[in-house]
Design a protein around this ligand. Structure first.
Ligand SMILES: [Mg+2]
Length: 371
């Protein structure tokens, strides 16, 4: 059995969105680029990784990932042993700072290759099965009030535990629609909760005013990244005065960010994204730091397709405090097609996912996935 890497190739796959996607950070209505990495070992095993960053969020794109991987990361890692994931990260980090999405594609592909070589599902080599049933959020971008309601009705029909709605532009108008959504949920006697993600769009004052206007605070599962990512004291202020559970997302790209936010007691909850933090290995460290501070985590989405989604599923399944309903299926729902076959969908039932138990990521790429 050989564990040595012989080749690392990065492909950019363009997939159209099914409709316009908008957050307070950016708007996209065309195609989105997904960077797919294929790691080949001397034993002939192929592992796959994916990241699909939004430039305004991550500072990376599928094209920059391909450039980083081809120019800096892949040449360093040929001949290296896939069992030594810590060494692989040390080499990547000493070669180039940041570039977390690029590093995540390689991290995920190496994990997939190792699990396939060992003929084990990925979750089995990163902590084992802790969370068998993965609760999902239903994610609604910034859109018209009518469309929000239509989507809320759909989310309710499929029993999603949490409906996540993007806010962060016009706090008065947004508070009014959120109040209507909550009143609808209450009227129907549902257990659904609502998460509000501002993607850094509010000032501290507006975030507190927005929260003050909400009429059903008990239904709000989290107020995610209300203010600018570097404004940790602002997060703390919103936490103090909004009366809502505060979740960090853009404020935490790495372990040092996480330590800072946790030590300052700025949040109740954390959104970890594999593509944001550099892959499974750093995500495990961040989740452990969160656990030490009593902070439950959710796993978010950069609208990945099936490879990235499967990696997220294995991470959640094997991470003790990754228990807050997750956005991780959003990319599959929002794109016109996926690069993996329909077997992924078989793991979705009524707003919950079960983790695949085939070797590696446990999903199959379509024959024509590169097109
Ligand atoms: Mg977010």
């Amino acid at each position: 059995m050989s564990y040595l890497i012989t080749d690392i190739r990065t492909y950019v796959v363009q997939v159209p969105l099914a409709s316009t996607w908008q957050t307070s950070l950016y708007k996209s209505n065309a195609t989105r680029g997904h960077a797919i990495v294929e790691v080949t070992t001397e034993g002939g095993v192929k592992g796959y990784g994916e990241a699909s960053p939004s430039a305004a969020f991550m500072g990376e794109t599928a094209d920059t990932i391909k450039f980083m991987n081809d120019t800096y990361l892949a040449p360093l890692l040929r001949g290296k042993d896939i069992r030594n994931i810590g060494t692989i990260h040390q080499l990547m980090d000493s070669s180039i700072y940041g570039m977390y999405s690029a590093k995540a594609t390689i991290d995920i592909a190496v994990h997939d290759a190792l699990a396939k070589t060992l003929d084990q599902p990925l979750y089995a080599i990163i902590g084992g099965l802790l969370n068998e049933k993965i609760p999902l959020t239903y994610v609604i971008g910034m859109t018209s009030d009518d469309r929000i309601f239509k989507e809320v009705e759909e989310a309710v029909e499929f029993s999603y535990e949490v409906i996540k709605i993007k806010v962060g532009s016009d706090w008065e108008k947004e508070a009014a629609i959120i109040n209507k959504v909550c009143a609808f949920i209450q009227r129907k006697g549902l257990h659904t909760r609502v998460r509000l993600d501002a993607n850094q769009g509010f000032t501290v004052d507006d975030a507190i005013r927005f929260a003050g206007r909400l009429t059903h605070k008990g239904l709000i599962d989290a107020f995610e990244q209300p203010v600018q990512k570097r404004n940790v004291s602002g997060l703390l202020e919103v936490k103090r005065y909004s009366g809502l559970p505060i979740m960090a997302d853009e404020s935490v790209f790495n372990l040092a960010d996480a330590a800072d936010v946790f030590e300052r007691k700025a949040v109740h909850l954390l959104n970890i994204k594999l593509g944001k933090v550099g892959g499974i290995y750093p995500a495990k460290k961040i989740a452990a730091a969160a656990e030490a501070h009593g902070i439950p985590c959710t796993v978010g989405s950069n609208l990945e397709l099936g490879i990235g989604i499967a990696a997220n599923m294995h991470f959640v399944a094997s991470t003790k405090n990754a228990v807050v309903p997750h956005d991780l299926f959003a990319g599959h729902m929002l794109h016109k097609r996926d690069i993996v076959d329909d077997s992924l969908k078989r793991h979705l039932q009524d707003g919950y996912l079960s983790v695949p138990d085939g070797a590696g990521l446990g999903v199959r790429l379509n024959e024509d996935w590169k097109n």
